[in-house]
Design a protein. Sequence first.
Length: 233
Amino acid sequence: MGMTYSDLSFEVAGMLQIDTTDRDKFQVQNCLNRSQLLLLNILPSMFLVNSIKTTLNNLASAEGAIQHPTLFIRLLNLWVDYDVPITDTNIGFPVKIINDQLVNQIANKFLIGSQSFPIAALNATNGWELRPVPDANVVHGWRMKYVYRLPTITGTQPCLLRENLRNLLIFVAASFSAAVNNYSPERSDFFWNRFKEELLLLQPKAVTKIEGRDGYLRNFVNYTELLRNADRG
């Protein structure tokens, strides 16, 4: 069934010591969804089994720019085959992910992609760039395992994260809600620290990857390379 908005929002309200009728004032629903997105961005795949998909799609001749799947959040693994379809028995060739600025620097022998050792950059607009560019159409020529964006948490749509992530979700949402209209910076910091303590038990390395210079949340949208490298699953 998942974790319902009613249950989650009541817990957040209780932590903030606000009346449940004030949940909209403190943007509890929005903060729960921001928290869900944060967890999808930072947690290793072993904690996100409910939000991982694998998709097969086609290569097109002379087309190196490929669109991300719908609701794509971040990549876990990528495989390509330039000649024949990827199947259960033909898994294709693993793709090495490189920095966007390097994808076209063919003068560097360590970055030259080949059909047996393909490379890709992920931050093209709504997609990724593959090298070498395909020289033929291949049905199911690429396969991607990725984290996708879960449905927005609402009164009728429960949170689909696993139950063991409940504390992480609640603590982050409480921290975000406590910061609304500068309600209580102290409580915001307190619940953020509770979140980090809980996260430390699950994934010690993840804590250092969400802290910026001043100990607060980094803008994970601009740290896609860092977050992607945090997960090898």
